[in-house]
Design a protein around this ligand. Structure first.
Ligand code: SF4
Length: 280
């Protein structure tokens, strides 16, 4: 008895998964790929603009998978404990759960599901993309084709998809208040999307009031982080990092380009945080 097969590719709003979608469209135009995006409901507005552009290139809609319960429901369920790197209920409930609900019936009835995941050739092996069901097959085409970070940037550029706008001030896709963001990125969130920053402040206040031990950013609350003197300090720290990296690159003749954006800085240690589901 033969079972049917499906091919799925999750885009996160980040550049690697977008490049993978472009790559698959270019190299396997006849594969019946289903593109999907799991929407936490707390995404940056720039993500939607980018998805629209990507859809234009793919000539096909990217299916939006919405969680059956939203962030506020789960926050309440988890006793107002903000999600954190150690207690990451958000990815589980708002990203993985909708995906599972979408494909589980097919997996259970014997359909083989091929999932294409955007791990680049220059990344260390990371967890989080292993098959979770015997009928699931995970493929890493970028890694197999030897495509690295620079290759991804070039591919998006050549396809005229370009980069999501938020890369000018922030290194990762995902929720506006993602706890993986660096302090400079919080400062920039406040500058670029003050309403979203305020929303994060409200969540944090409620959480602290209800006994959550977590603030979004380690060691300080968002109102503390956004005090003018503290902002100056965070910006100065960031500039020092940029200068150090620039210096290192200048001494290494093989390094091309100078770091100019937050992404150039945090791109170098992106494997240290973030996750393959939200930030690829
Ligand atoms: S982007 Fe960050 S906050 Fe949002 S679901 Fe992923 S890990 Fe959680």
């Amino acid at each position: 008895m033969t079972h049917s097969e499906r091919h799925i590719l999750g885009v996160s709003g980040g550049r690697d998964s977008a490049a993978l979608a472009v790559y698959m469209r270019q190299h396997y135009p006849d594969l019946p790929l289903e593109y999907f995006f799991t929407d936490t409901g707390k995404e940056l507005p720039e993500v939607y603009t980018f998805l629209d552009r990507l859809e234009g290139f793919l000539g096909k809609p990217i299916l939006r998978l919405n969680p059956d319960r939203d962030f506020d429901f789960w926050l309440d369920e988890y006793g107002h404990f903000l999600p954190s790197a150690r207690t990451r209920w958000c990815t589980r409930q708002l990203k993985l759960r909708p995906l599972e609900q979408w494909i589980r019936p097919d997996l259970e009835s014997g359909t083989i599901i091929h999932s294409y995941v955007a791990i680049r050739a220059d990344e260390p092996t990371r967890e989080g993309y292993q098959a979770t069901h015997p009928n699931m097959r995970v493929h890493l085409p970028l890694r197999e084709a030897g495509i690295d970070r620079q290759g991804v940037i070039e591919m998006l550029d050549q396809a005229d998809v370009g980069e999501p706008e938020y890369y000018k001030w922030r290194s990762r896709s995902g929720c506006t208040f993602c706890f993986f963001q660096q302090k400079i990125e919080w400062v920039r969130l406040a500058e670029h999307h003050p309403d979203r920053f305020e929303e994060a402040v409200r969540y944090e206040k409620t959480a602290l009031k209800d006994g959550s031990p977590f603030t979004w950013s380690q060691g300080e609350s968002l109102p503390e982080l956004i005090e003018p003197a503290r902002v100056e300090q965070i910006k100065a720290d960031y500039e020092r990092r940029v200068a150090r990296l620039r210096d290192r690159r200048n001494r290494n003749p093989l390094a091309v380009g100078l770091p100019e954006s937050v992404d150039d800085i945090y791109g170098i240690d992106e494997a240290a945080g973030g996750c393959v589901i939200c930030h690829k």
